[in-house]
Design a protein around this ligand. Structure first.
Ligand code: S3P
Ligand code: PEP
Length: 475
Protein backbone atom coordinates (compact mmCIF):
# COMPACT_ATOMS: atom_id res chain seq x y z
CA UNK A 1 0.00 0.00 0.00
CA UNK A 2 1.39 3.41 -0.89
CA UNK A 3 0.49 6.58 0.91
CA UNK A 4 -0.93 9.16 -1.52
CA UNK A 5 1.52 11.91 -2.41
CA UNK A 6 1.27 15.19 -0.53
CA UNK A 7 -0.36 17.50 -3.11
CA UNK A 8 1.49 20.53 -1.72
CA UNK A 9 4.79 19.05 -2.71
CA UNK A 10 4.04 17.47 -6.08
CA UNK A 11 4.01 19.24 -9.42
CA UNK A 12 0.39 20.04 -9.99
CA UNK A 13 -0.86 20.54 -13.56
CA UNK A 14 -3.43 23.03 -12.26
CA UNK A 15 -0.56 25.34 -11.34
CA UNK A 16 0.40 25.72 -14.98
CA UNK A 17 -2.90 27.41 -15.69
CA UNK A 18 -2.83 29.63 -12.62
CA UNK A 19 0.35 31.55 -13.56
CA UNK A 20 3.42 32.39 -11.51
CA UNK A 21 3.03 32.79 -7.75
CA UNK A 22 4.21 36.01 -6.13
CA UNK A 23 7.94 36.16 -5.60
CA UNK A 24 9.20 34.97 -2.20
CA UNK A 25 12.46 35.58 -0.32
CA UNK A 26 14.04 32.32 -1.50
CA UNK A 27 13.61 33.22 -5.19
CA UNK A 28 16.83 33.79 -7.13
CA UNK A 29 17.21 35.57 -10.46
CA UNK A 30 19.32 33.13 -12.46
CA UNK A 31 22.22 34.98 -14.10
CA UNK A 32 22.35 35.09 -17.87
CA UNK A 33 25.72 34.46 -19.55
CA UNK A 34 26.82 37.28 -21.79
CA UNK A 35 29.22 35.08 -23.71
CA UNK A 36 30.90 31.67 -23.60
CA UNK A 37 31.62 30.60 -20.02
CA UNK A 38 35.29 29.86 -19.46
CA UNK A 39 35.91 28.58 -15.96
CA UNK A 40 37.25 26.01 -13.52
CA UNK A 41 34.66 24.41 -11.25
CA UNK A 42 36.03 22.82 -8.08
CA UNK A 43 33.48 20.37 -6.72
CA UNK A 44 33.04 19.29 -3.10
CA UNK A 45 32.79 15.60 -2.24
CA UNK A 46 30.27 13.09 -3.45
CA UNK A 47 27.07 12.69 -1.43
CA UNK A 48 26.78 9.01 -2.30
CA UNK A 49 30.36 8.22 -1.29
CA UNK A 50 30.31 10.33 1.88
CA UNK A 51 27.13 8.70 3.16
CA UNK A 52 28.38 5.18 2.38
CA UNK A 53 31.63 5.90 4.22
CA UNK A 54 29.73 7.29 7.22
CA UNK A 55 27.52 4.19 7.49
CA UNK A 56 30.41 1.75 7.15
CA UNK A 57 32.55 3.74 9.59
CA UNK A 58 29.71 3.61 12.14
CA UNK A 59 29.57 -0.21 11.79
CA UNK A 60 33.34 -0.73 11.67
CA UNK A 61 35.67 -2.41 14.16
CA UNK A 62 37.67 0.74 15.00
CA UNK A 63 37.88 4.51 14.49
CA UNK A 64 37.76 5.80 10.90
CA UNK A 65 38.94 8.94 9.17
CA UNK A 66 36.97 10.33 6.23
CA UNK A 67 38.90 12.95 4.28
CA UNK A 68 37.23 15.68 2.19
CA UNK A 69 33.72 14.61 3.22
CA UNK A 70 30.82 16.48 1.66
CA UNK A 71 29.12 18.73 4.17
CA UNK A 72 25.66 19.32 2.77
CA UNK A 73 22.18 18.77 4.15
CA UNK A 74 22.09 15.05 3.21
CA UNK A 75 25.45 14.22 4.76
CA UNK A 76 24.99 16.38 7.85
CA UNK A 77 21.68 14.59 8.43
CA UNK A 78 23.46 11.24 8.09
CA UNK A 79 26.16 12.29 10.56
CA UNK A 80 23.54 13.59 13.00
CA UNK A 81 21.48 10.41 12.73
CA UNK A 82 24.52 8.27 13.52
CA UNK A 83 25.33 10.49 16.51
CA UNK A 84 21.78 9.97 17.78
CA UNK A 85 22.51 6.21 17.70
CA UNK A 86 25.63 6.70 19.84
CA UNK A 87 28.35 7.02 17.19
CA UNK A 88 30.81 9.92 17.47
CA UNK A 89 31.32 11.94 14.30
CA UNK A 90 33.72 14.84 14.84
CA UNK A 91 35.54 17.42 12.76
CA UNK A 92 39.30 17.02 12.75
CA UNK A 93 41.98 19.08 11.00
CA UNK A 94 43.15 17.37 7.86
CA UNK A 95 45.17 18.12 4.74
CA UNK A 96 42.53 20.44 3.31
CA UNK A 97 42.17 23.54 5.54
CA UNK A 98 38.80 24.36 3.95
CA UNK A 99 37.38 20.93 4.65
CA UNK A 100 38.14 19.22 7.97
CA UNK A 101 38.16 15.43 8.05
CA UNK A 102 35.46 13.52 9.83
CA UNK A 103 36.64 11.18 12.56
CA UNK A 104 34.10 8.46 13.22
CA UNK A 105 34.24 6.50 16.46
CA UNK A 106 31.86 3.53 16.49
CA UNK A 107 30.04 2.60 19.69
CA UNK A 108 27.32 0.11 20.62
CA UNK A 109 24.30 1.37 18.70
CA UNK A 110 21.42 2.39 20.94
CA UNK A 111 17.84 3.57 20.96
CA UNK A 112 15.55 5.20 21.67
CA UNK A 113 16.46 7.59 18.91
CA UNK A 114 14.71 9.83 16.42
CA UNK A 115 16.21 10.04 12.94
CA UNK A 116 15.37 13.07 10.78
CA UNK A 117 16.02 11.97 7.21
CA UNK A 118 15.16 15.36 5.69
CA UNK A 119 14.62 14.46 2.05
CA UNK A 120 17.68 12.24 1.79
CA UNK A 121 17.03 8.88 0.14
CA UNK A 122 20.36 7.63 1.46
CA UNK A 123 19.47 8.40 5.09
CA UNK A 124 15.91 7.08 4.74
CA UNK A 125 17.01 3.78 3.13
CA UNK A 126 20.55 3.13 4.47
CA UNK A 127 19.78 3.62 8.17
CA UNK A 128 16.82 1.30 8.93
CA UNK A 129 19.10 -1.78 8.64
CA UNK A 130 21.59 -0.03 10.95
CA UNK A 131 18.73 0.71 13.36
CA UNK A 132 17.85 -2.99 13.38
CA UNK A 133 21.30 -3.57 14.94
CA UNK A 134 20.72 -0.96 17.65
CA UNK A 135 19.48 -1.73 21.11
CA UNK A 136 16.13 0.04 21.33
CA UNK A 137 13.53 1.68 19.11
CA UNK A 138 14.57 4.07 16.35
CA UNK A 139 11.89 6.25 14.76
CA UNK A 140 12.33 7.73 11.29
CA UNK A 141 10.62 10.80 9.88
CA UNK A 142 11.53 13.64 7.54
CA UNK A 143 10.29 16.36 5.23
CA UNK A 144 6.69 16.11 4.00
CA UNK A 145 7.87 15.06 0.52
CA UNK A 146 10.02 12.34 2.08
CA UNK A 147 6.86 10.65 3.36
CA UNK A 148 5.90 10.06 -0.28
CA UNK A 149 9.25 8.44 -1.17
CA UNK A 150 9.21 4.63 -1.20
CA UNK A 151 10.97 2.76 1.58
CA UNK A 152 8.52 -0.14 2.06
CA UNK A 153 10.69 -2.76 0.29
CA UNK A 154 13.55 -2.12 2.76
CA UNK A 155 11.21 -2.43 5.73
CA UNK A 156 9.63 -5.61 4.34
CA UNK A 157 13.09 -7.09 3.72
CA UNK A 158 14.15 -6.26 7.27
CA UNK A 159 11.09 -8.08 8.59
CA UNK A 160 12.09 -11.05 6.45
CA UNK A 161 15.55 -10.94 8.03
CA UNK A 162 14.14 -10.97 11.57
CA UNK A 163 13.54 -7.30 12.46
CA UNK A 164 10.44 -5.80 14.06
CA UNK A 165 9.23 -2.71 12.18
CA UNK A 166 6.12 -0.64 12.86
CA UNK A 167 5.01 1.48 9.91
CA UNK A 168 1.29 1.96 10.27
CA UNK A 169 0.73 -0.19 7.17
CA UNK A 170 1.90 2.51 4.73
CA UNK A 171 5.39 1.18 4.02
CA UNK A 172 6.49 4.80 4.35
CA UNK A 173 7.57 7.26 7.01
CA UNK A 174 7.08 7.73 9.86
CA UNK A 175 8.10 4.25 11.00
CA UNK A 176 9.92 2.69 13.92
CA UNK A 177 12.54 -0.05 13.80
CA UNK A 178 12.63 -1.92 17.10
CA UNK A 179 16.31 -2.80 17.24
CA UNK A 180 17.34 -5.72 19.43
CA UNK A 181 21.11 -5.34 19.22
CA UNK A 182 21.48 -7.97 16.47
CA UNK A 183 19.68 -9.30 13.41
CA UNK A 184 19.56 -12.96 12.29
CA UNK A 185 19.93 -12.01 8.57
CA UNK A 186 19.80 -14.68 5.84
CA UNK A 187 18.06 -14.63 2.46
CA UNK A 188 15.57 -12.12 1.18
CA UNK A 189 14.00 -11.07 -2.13
CA UNK A 190 13.26 -7.43 -2.90
CA UNK A 191 11.69 -5.59 -5.82
CA UNK A 192 14.22 -2.76 -6.14
CA UNK A 193 12.93 -1.40 -9.44
CA UNK A 194 11.82 1.69 -7.47
CA UNK A 195 15.32 2.48 -6.20
CA UNK A 196 18.75 0.89 -6.20
CA UNK A 197 19.08 2.24 -2.67
CA UNK A 198 16.91 -0.64 -1.39
CA UNK A 199 19.69 -3.06 -2.34
CA UNK A 200 22.54 -0.79 -1.22
CA UNK A 201 20.85 -0.29 2.15
CA UNK A 202 20.73 -4.01 2.92
CA UNK A 203 24.24 -4.66 1.60
CA UNK A 204 25.85 -1.91 3.69
CA UNK A 205 24.75 -3.51 6.98
CA UNK A 206 24.64 -7.13 5.76
CA UNK A 207 28.08 -8.15 7.05
CA UNK A 208 26.91 -7.34 10.58
CA UNK A 209 23.89 -9.66 10.41
CA UNK A 210 24.45 -12.99 12.25
CA UNK A 211 24.16 -15.07 9.06
CA UNK A 212 25.20 -12.34 6.66
CA UNK A 213 22.89 -11.58 3.78
CA UNK A 214 21.78 -12.90 0.42
CA UNK A 215 19.57 -10.42 -1.38
CA UNK A 216 17.85 -11.03 -4.72
CA UNK A 217 16.14 -8.46 -6.86
CA UNK A 218 12.89 -9.67 -8.49
CA UNK A 219 10.95 -7.23 -10.62
CA UNK A 220 11.37 -4.83 -13.54
CA UNK A 221 14.92 -3.71 -14.43
CA UNK A 222 17.02 -2.22 -11.64
CA UNK A 223 17.88 1.47 -11.94
CA UNK A 224 21.20 3.05 -10.97
CA UNK A 225 23.39 -0.07 -11.15
CA UNK A 226 26.61 1.97 -10.76
CA UNK A 227 25.39 2.98 -7.31
CA UNK A 228 25.08 -0.69 -6.32
CA UNK A 229 28.58 -1.29 -7.69
CA UNK A 230 29.76 1.65 -5.59
CA UNK A 231 28.27 -0.05 -2.52
CA UNK A 232 29.93 -3.37 -3.36
CA UNK A 233 33.34 -1.77 -4.01
CA UNK A 234 33.15 0.28 -0.80
CA UNK A 235 32.35 -2.87 1.19
CA UNK A 236 35.20 -4.81 -0.43
CA UNK A 237 37.61 -1.98 0.39
CA UNK A 238 36.52 -2.37 4.02
CA UNK A 239 37.40 -6.08 3.95
CA UNK A 240 33.87 -7.44 3.47
CA UNK A 241 33.38 -10.40 1.11
CA UNK A 242 30.65 -9.69 -1.43
CA UNK A 243 29.69 -12.10 -4.21
CA UNK A 244 27.92 -10.31 -7.05
CA UNK A 245 28.67 -12.96 -9.69
CA UNK A 246 25.04 -13.85 -10.45
CA UNK A 247 22.72 -11.29 -12.02
CA UNK A 248 20.46 -9.46 -9.56
CA UNK A 249 21.87 -11.40 -6.60
CA UNK A 250 24.32 -10.29 -3.92
CA UNK A 251 25.80 -12.37 -1.08
CA UNK A 252 27.55 -10.64 1.84
CA UNK A 253 29.49 -12.88 4.21
CA UNK A 254 29.13 -12.14 7.92
CA UNK A 255 32.31 -10.43 9.10
CA UNK A 256 33.77 -7.41 10.79
CA UNK A 257 33.94 -4.22 8.77
CA UNK A 258 37.44 -2.75 8.82
CA UNK A 259 37.93 0.84 9.91
CA UNK A 260 38.35 3.28 7.01
CA UNK A 261 40.98 5.86 6.12
CA UNK A 262 39.51 7.21 2.92
CA UNK A 263 39.21 10.31 0.73
CA UNK A 264 35.92 11.29 -0.88
CA UNK A 265 35.97 11.94 -4.65
CA UNK A 266 34.39 15.13 -6.02
CA UNK A 267 30.66 14.79 -6.72
CA UNK A 268 30.39 14.04 -10.43
CA UNK A 269 26.60 14.27 -10.53
CA UNK A 270 26.81 17.81 -9.19
CA UNK A 271 29.62 18.51 -11.67
CA UNK A 272 27.11 17.98 -14.48
CA UNK A 273 25.42 21.34 -13.93
CA UNK A 274 28.70 23.24 -14.24
CA UNK A 275 29.74 21.26 -17.32
CA UNK A 276 26.33 22.03 -18.81
CA UNK A 277 27.30 25.71 -18.75
CA UNK A 278 30.00 24.92 -21.31
CA UNK A 279 27.48 23.23 -23.60
CA UNK A 280 24.77 25.86 -23.54
CA UNK A 281 27.13 28.85 -23.86
CA UNK A 282 29.62 27.30 -26.29
CA UNK A 283 32.20 27.76 -23.55
CA UNK A 284 34.70 25.70 -21.65
CA UNK A 285 34.53 24.27 -18.12
CA UNK A 286 37.26 22.33 -16.40
CA UNK A 287 36.62 20.16 -13.31
CA UNK A 288 39.89 19.34 -11.54
CA UNK A 289 40.48 15.98 -9.80
CA UNK A 290 37.91 14.11 -11.94
CA UNK A 291 38.78 10.48 -11.11
CA UNK A 292 40.24 8.29 -13.87
CA UNK A 293 38.31 5.31 -12.50
CA UNK A 294 35.17 5.67 -10.44
CA UNK A 295 31.94 3.95 -9.55
CA UNK A 296 30.08 7.27 -9.54
CA UNK A 297 27.14 7.26 -11.94
CA UNK A 298 27.78 10.94 -12.65
CA UNK A 299 30.82 9.89 -14.69
CA UNK A 300 28.36 8.89 -17.42
CA UNK A 301 27.75 12.57 -18.10
CA UNK A 302 30.91 12.52 -20.23
CA UNK A 303 29.29 10.30 -22.84
CA UNK A 304 25.98 12.14 -22.75
CA UNK A 305 27.50 15.58 -23.30
CA UNK A 306 29.82 14.23 -26.00
CA UNK A 307 26.78 12.82 -27.80
CA UNK A 308 25.19 16.28 -27.56
CA UNK A 309 28.11 17.81 -29.43
CA UNK A 310 30.70 18.77 -26.80
CA UNK A 311 34.41 18.01 -26.83
CA UNK A 312 35.13 16.06 -23.67
CA UNK A 313 38.69 15.40 -22.54
CA UNK A 314 39.65 13.47 -19.40
CA UNK A 315 43.32 13.63 -18.42
CA UNK A 316 45.38 13.57 -15.26
CA UNK A 317 44.42 17.16 -14.43
CA UNK A 318 40.72 16.50 -14.59
CA UNK A 319 37.84 16.79 -17.06
CA UNK A 320 37.47 19.56 -19.64
CA UNK A 321 34.27 20.07 -21.60
CA UNK A 322 34.14 22.47 -24.53
CA UNK A 323 30.77 23.31 -26.02
CA UNK A 324 30.59 23.49 -29.80
CA UNK A 325 27.28 22.64 -31.43
CA UNK A 326 24.43 21.63 -29.14
CA UNK A 327 22.33 18.77 -30.47
CA UNK A 328 19.51 16.65 -29.16
CA UNK A 329 20.17 13.06 -28.19
CA UNK A 330 18.34 9.78 -27.65
CA UNK A 331 19.68 8.59 -24.33
CA UNK A 332 18.92 5.92 -21.75
CA UNK A 333 19.70 7.38 -18.32
CA UNK A 334 18.64 4.36 -16.25
CA UNK A 335 22.16 4.02 -14.84
CA UNK A 336 22.54 7.71 -14.05
CA UNK A 337 19.01 8.96 -13.58
CA UNK A 338 20.04 11.80 -11.28
CA UNK A 339 21.47 13.49 -14.39
CA UNK A 340 17.99 13.79 -15.92
CA UNK A 341 17.06 17.33 -14.80
CA UNK A 342 20.30 18.91 -16.05
CA UNK A 343 20.33 16.90 -19.28
CA UNK A 344 16.69 17.94 -19.87
CA UNK A 345 17.60 21.60 -19.36
CA UNK A 346 20.49 21.36 -21.82
CA UNK A 347 18.23 19.52 -24.28
CA UNK A 348 15.63 22.28 -24.12
CA UNK A 349 18.28 24.64 -25.57
CA UNK A 350 19.56 22.27 -28.28
CA UNK A 351 19.03 22.48 -32.03
CA UNK A 352 17.10 19.19 -32.32
CA UNK A 353 14.80 17.02 -30.18
CA UNK A 354 15.92 14.79 -27.30
CA UNK A 355 14.45 11.60 -25.94
CA UNK A 356 15.37 10.54 -22.40
CA UNK A 357 14.49 6.92 -21.56
CA UNK A 358 14.78 4.43 -18.73
CA UNK A 359 13.99 6.74 -15.81
CA UNK A 360 10.41 5.92 -14.80
CA UNK A 361 11.52 5.58 -11.19
CA UNK A 362 12.51 9.25 -10.88
CA UNK A 363 8.83 9.98 -10.38
CA UNK A 364 9.75 9.00 -6.80
CA UNK A 365 12.88 11.08 -6.41
CA UNK A 366 12.76 14.37 -4.44
CA UNK A 367 9.65 15.14 -6.47
CA UNK A 368 8.04 13.55 -9.52
CA UNK A 369 10.90 14.75 -11.71
CA UNK A 370 9.28 13.80 -15.01
CA UNK A 371 6.12 15.75 -14.24
CA UNK A 372 8.07 18.65 -12.73
CA UNK A 373 10.45 19.00 -15.68
CA UNK A 374 7.64 18.87 -18.24
CA UNK A 375 5.49 21.33 -16.34
CA UNK A 376 8.23 23.84 -15.59
CA UNK A 377 10.01 23.80 -18.97
CA UNK A 378 6.64 24.13 -20.68
CA UNK A 379 5.82 27.10 -18.50
CA UNK A 380 8.85 28.80 -20.08
CA UNK A 381 7.41 28.08 -23.53
CA UNK A 382 9.00 24.67 -24.04
CA UNK A 383 7.54 21.57 -25.63
CA UNK A 384 8.23 18.71 -23.24
CA UNK A 385 6.11 15.58 -23.11
CA UNK A 386 6.27 12.94 -20.37
CA UNK A 387 6.56 9.39 -21.64
CA UNK A 388 6.10 6.25 -19.58
CA UNK A 389 9.79 6.11 -18.74
CA UNK A 390 11.18 9.50 -19.61
CA UNK A 391 10.77 12.72 -21.55
CA UNK A 392 10.49 13.91 -25.12
CA UNK A 393 11.94 17.40 -25.46
CA UNK A 394 11.45 19.50 -28.60
CA UNK A 395 13.42 22.73 -28.30
CA UNK A 396 11.41 25.94 -28.66
CA UNK A 397 12.24 29.59 -28.00
CA UNK A 398 11.90 30.03 -24.22
CA UNK A 399 11.00 33.07 -22.16
CA UNK A 400 11.77 34.13 -18.59
CA UNK A 401 9.42 33.00 -15.82
CA UNK A 402 9.50 31.73 -12.27
CA UNK A 403 10.60 28.11 -12.31
CA UNK A 404 9.22 26.09 -9.40
CA UNK A 405 11.63 23.63 -7.83
CA UNK A 406 9.48 21.44 -5.52
CA UNK A 407 12.26 21.22 -2.88
CA UNK A 408 14.34 19.41 -5.49
CA UNK A 409 17.98 20.50 -5.68
CA UNK A 410 18.34 19.22 -9.24
CA UNK A 411 15.27 21.16 -10.44
CA UNK A 412 17.00 24.32 -9.18
CA UNK A 413 20.20 23.36 -10.98
CA UNK A 414 18.28 22.67 -14.19
CA UNK A 415 16.65 26.11 -13.91
CA UNK A 416 20.06 27.77 -13.56
CA UNK A 417 21.22 26.11 -16.80
CA UNK A 418 18.21 27.44 -18.71
CA UNK A 419 18.76 30.87 -17.16
CA UNK A 420 22.19 31.10 -18.78
CA UNK A 421 20.50 31.50 -22.16
CA UNK A 422 17.02 32.75 -21.25
CA UNK A 423 16.81 36.17 -19.57
CA UNK A 424 14.33 36.49 -16.70
CA UNK A 425 14.40 32.96 -15.30
CA UNK A 426 13.75 33.10 -11.57
CA UNK A 427 14.56 30.01 -9.52
CA UNK A 428 12.23 29.30 -6.64
CA UNK A 429 13.92 28.37 -3.34
CA UNK A 430 17.47 28.14 -4.69
CA UNK A 431 18.63 27.15 -1.19
CA UNK A 432 17.17 23.71 -1.85
CA UNK A 433 20.44 22.98 -3.68
CA UNK A 434 22.04 22.73 -0.20
CA UNK A 435 20.77 19.14 -0.13
CA UNK A 436 23.93 18.07 -1.91
CA UNK A 437 25.91 21.22 -2.75
CA UNK A 438 26.73 24.06 -0.36
CA UNK A 439 26.43 27.60 -1.79
CA UNK A 440 25.30 26.65 -5.28
CA UNK A 441 24.27 30.23 -6.13
CA UNK A 442 27.70 31.59 -5.11
CA UNK A 443 29.52 28.91 -7.07
CA UNK A 444 27.32 29.63 -10.11
CA UNK A 445 28.06 33.36 -9.97
CA UNK A 446 31.79 32.61 -9.64
CA UNK A 447 31.57 30.41 -12.73
CA UNK A 448 30.18 33.30 -14.75
CA UNK A 449 32.60 35.86 -13.32
CA UNK A 450 35.70 33.73 -13.93
CA UNK A 451 38.36 35.31 -16.16
CA UNK A 452 39.08 33.24 -19.30
CA UNK A 453 41.48 30.33 -18.74
CA UNK A 454 44.74 30.21 -20.64
CA UNK A 455 43.89 28.24 -23.75
CA UNK A 456 47.04 26.98 -25.41
CA UNK A 457 46.41 26.23 -29.06
CA UNK A 458 42.92 27.70 -29.16
CA UNK A 459 42.67 30.51 -31.66
CA UNK A 460 40.38 33.48 -32.00
CA UNK A 461 38.48 31.84 -34.83
CA UNK A 462 37.58 28.88 -32.66
CA UNK A 463 36.43 31.12 -29.85
CA UNK A 464 34.31 33.05 -32.34
CA UNK A 465 32.81 29.78 -33.54
CA UNK A 466 31.85 28.83 -30.00
CA UNK A 467 30.36 32.28 -29.52
CA UNK A 468 27.81 31.44 -32.22
CA UNK A 469 25.38 30.23 -29.59
CA UNK A 470 25.16 33.88 -28.57
CA UNK A 471 24.31 35.10 -32.03
CA UNK A 472 27.91 36.09 -32.71
CA UNK A 473 28.59 37.73 -29.32
CA UNK A 474 31.75 36.58 -27.62
CA UNK A 475 34.24 37.77 -25.10
O1 S3P B 1 22.83 5.10 -3.65
C1 S3P B 1 22.94 6.30 -3.92
O2 S3P B 1 23.77 7.04 -3.37
C2 S3P B 1 22.03 6.86 -4.93
C3 S3P B 1 21.33 6.04 -5.77
C4 S3P B 1 20.41 6.53 -6.81
O3 S3P B 1 19.09 6.35 -6.32
P1 S3P B 1 17.93 5.64 -7.21
O4 S3P B 1 18.35 4.26 -7.50
O5 S3P B 1 16.75 5.76 -6.33
O6 S3P B 1 17.83 6.49 -8.45
C5 S3P B 1 20.64 8.00 -7.12
O7 S3P B 1 19.63 8.51 -7.94
C6 S3P B 1 20.73 8.81 -5.84
O8 S3P B 1 20.93 10.17 -6.11
C7 S3P B 1 21.91 8.34 -5.02
C1 PEP C 1 17.75 11.19 -6.18
C2 PEP C 1 18.63 11.90 -5.48
O1 PEP C 1 18.85 11.85 -4.14
P1 PEP C 1 18.50 10.79 -3.00
O2 PEP C 1 19.83 10.30 -2.48
O3 PEP C 1 17.76 11.57 -1.97
O4 PEP C 1 17.68 9.68 -3.60
C3 PEP C 1 19.49 12.89 -6.15
O5 PEP C 1 20.44 13.38 -5.50
O6 PEP C 1 19.25 13.22 -7.32
Amino acid sequence: MTRPADPDHRPSPSFAASGAPPSSPGDWAAPTADGPVDAVAVLPGSKSITNRFLVLAALANDDSRIRRPLRSRDTLLMAQALRSLGVEVEDHDGEDPGCPDWLVRPAPLRGPALVDVGLAGTVMRFLPPVAALADGPVTFDGDPQARARPVGPVLEALRGLGAVVEDGGWGAMPFTVHGRGALPGGEVTVDASGSSQFISALLLSGARFDRGLTVRHAGPALPSLPHIRMTVETLRDAGVMVDDGDPDTWRVEPSEINALDVTVEPDLSNAAVFLAAALVTGGRVHVPAWPQFTTQAGDLVRGVFEAMGADVVLDREGLTVVGRGLHGVDVDLRDASELTPVVAAVAALADSPTRIRGVAHIRHHETDRLAALALELNRLGGDVVETEDGLLIRPRPLHGELLRTYADHRMAMAAAVVGLRVPGVVVEDVATTGKTLPDFAGRWSDLLAAPPQAEPGRGEQERAERGRLFGGRRR
